[in-house]
Design a protein around this ligand. Structure first.
Ligand code: SF4
Length: 78
């Protein structure tokens, strides 16, 4: 079974985010121990690096990913 390479330090995986959802266990099975490539946090990490992953971003928030990516591209271009 694939496991995300960020599990050791990821705030979500280690229950370090405020307001962890009731479905956190389900999301960990789905993303962290499954299709981590589509996790919103992992996608920011892959393109911009770990230090740019927003603390409060949840794995299933792909709907807000375009705005985060656009903002980071603009910010890091300057
Ligand atoms: S939340 Fe995303 S980045 Fe964090 S361990 Fe799970 S799959 Fe990896």
């Amino acid at each position: 079974m694939p496991v995300c390479e960020l599990c050791d330090t990821c705030l979500f995986f280690n229950d370090k985010m405020p307001d962890m959802p009731a479905v956190a266990g389900f999301l960990k099975d789905k993303y962290c121990r499954g299709t981590f490539e589509v996790c919103a946090r992992f996608q920011v990490y892959r393109e911009f690096g770990r230090e740019h992953v927003p603390d409060g971003l949840f794995p299933n928030e792909s709907d807000i990913l375009p705005g985060i990516v656009d903002g980071l591209r603009r910010r890091l271009k300057n």
